[in-house]
Structures are given as structure tokens and as C-alpha cells.
Design a protein around this ligand. Structure first.
Ligand SMILES: Cc1ncc(COP(=O)(O)O)c(C=O)c1O
Length: 207
């Protein structure tokens, strides 16, 4: 399971039955958008030995400086995520009140039952949300008018960013059921009745 968005601070998939958890440590663990790293967490010794064999043989290890940067980032992970979650709650409330916003999505948004599962399995819902705007909104103008949040792809760092998946991160994903199953934005576009102008955006919040 890829637990990058939640991190081990908010959710521990191995204790919930997962065999392996992968993280892009480039994101919340590093926390400052200044390194590329990843990790696999396992609770099976055979699997661990297999991965260790490849890591050792192929030399897929971090440089000393990246290791230092990552360790330093992890030290402030909990404080950063606590603050990011406070901020994201304020942003969700503001988006829900805004007349130009169609839907706001985050783990647990869909129903009280889903929210209860999220509450049981994790300490919060992280700091990555997505939202869709009403068809009447001109996205070019929307992005241009943002003052605190940059239009760029990354997450987990100290900047608050927004991205438009249909034309950025998920542009290569086919515009069919594939996007739907991956929860990519065409789904929202079709629900809002305008394929060309409406899209959801992801917002990545800083501490
Ligand atoms: C959920 C998730 N997993 C993995 C990755 C890959 O991360 P990396 O660039 O560190 O390989 C990303 C990158 O955006 C991601 O968002």
C-alpha cells in the first residue's frame, strides 16, 4: 500500500493488515522539497531479505547527504503534519462556503460511515485535498488570482501548492473508465456537466 499521503505518523497500514507499505519520502518525510527518496516498510522477514538483496546488489541506497536531509525532515514530521491538518480544516471550511466550489473531497468526505472508518484507522485525514469548481468558473483566472498558493506539482513540503490533475499529473491517463477508477477528475467534470471547463484541483498545504 502506498501510504505517502498519510505517512506513518497518521496511519500504520501494517497494523491494519497490509503486507508492505511504500512511501515517497520525497514528500512529507523529507518535508522541504529538497530530496528524492523512497522507502518500503515490511513485516515479513523473507520479503525483507528479498528487497535487501536487490537494494544491496543494485546499490539503490541514498547518498549520505540525502540520508542526513531525510533524517532531519523526519524529526519535524509530527509537528508539520499537525499544523498542516489544522490549516487544511480551515481551507475545507472556506471552500465549502464558497459559491464557486462544487465539491470538496478528502478521506472521509463521502459519508458518515466512511468518516468513521477513517477516524478508526488514522489520526486525521492528512493534508491533501481535492475540489471541483462550478462550470462557470474560468480556471485560468482562478489560478492567476491565487496569492498564497502556487500552481505546481508536489506535496508534503513547506509550500502550499495546487495542481490541476487533468492537464498536469494525470494528463497521460486515458479519458475513459481508467480515469474514473483512478479517481481522476473527469469523473467530476462529467458530473458537473462540462467536460472542458470543470476540473477538480488538488491542493497541498504547508505547515
Ligand atoms: C502517492 C505517491 N506515491 C509515490 C510517488 C512517487 O514519488 P517519488 O517522486 O519520490 O518517486 C508520488 C509522487 O508524486 C506520489 O504522489
Amino acid at each position: 500500500m502506498d501510504n505517502t499521503f498519510m505517512t506513518g505518523y497518521l496511519q500504520k497500514p501494517l497494523t491494519l493488515g497490509a503486507d508492505a507499505t511504500v512511501y515517497s519520502a520525497t514528500k512529507f518525510y523529507g518535508g522541504h522539497a529538497d530530496l528524492n527518496a523512497g522507502s518500503i516498510t515490511l513485516n515479513d522477514t523473507d520479503l525483507y531479505n528479498e528487497f535487501f538483496f536487490y537494494q544491496n546488489t543494485l546499490g539503490a541506497t541514498l547518498s549520505p547527504f540525502d540520508s542526513y536531509t531525510l533524517l532531519r525532515g523526519i524529526r519535524t514530521l509530527a509537528i508539520r503534519l499537525d499544523r498542516q491538518q489544522e490549516n487544511v480544516a480551515a481551507v475545507i471550511a472556506a471552500l465549502k462556503r464558497h459559491p464557486a466550489i462544487d465539491q470538496v473531497l478528502y478521506p472521509g468526505w463521502y459519508s458518515p460511515a466512511e468518516a468513521a472508518i477513517q477516524k478508526k484507522q488514522a489520526r486525521g485525514f492528512g493534508a491533501v485535498i481535492s475540489f471541483s469548481v462550478k462550470p462557470s468558473v474560468d480556471l485560468g483566472v482562478f489560478f492567476e488570482k491565487l496569492q498564497l498558493i502556487d500552481l505546481a506539482v508536489s506535496l508534503g513540503g513547506v509550500e502550499s501548492l495546487v495542481c490541476r490533475p487533468t492537464t498536469m499529473t494525470h494528463a497521460p491517463t486515458p479519458r475513459t473508465s481508467c480515469r474514473r477508477s483512478a479517481s481522476v477528475t473527469t469523473w467530476f467534470a462529467s458530473r458537473s456537466g462540462s467536460r472542458t471547463r470543470t476540473t477538480s484541483s488538488m491542493i497541498f498545504l504547508r505547515p
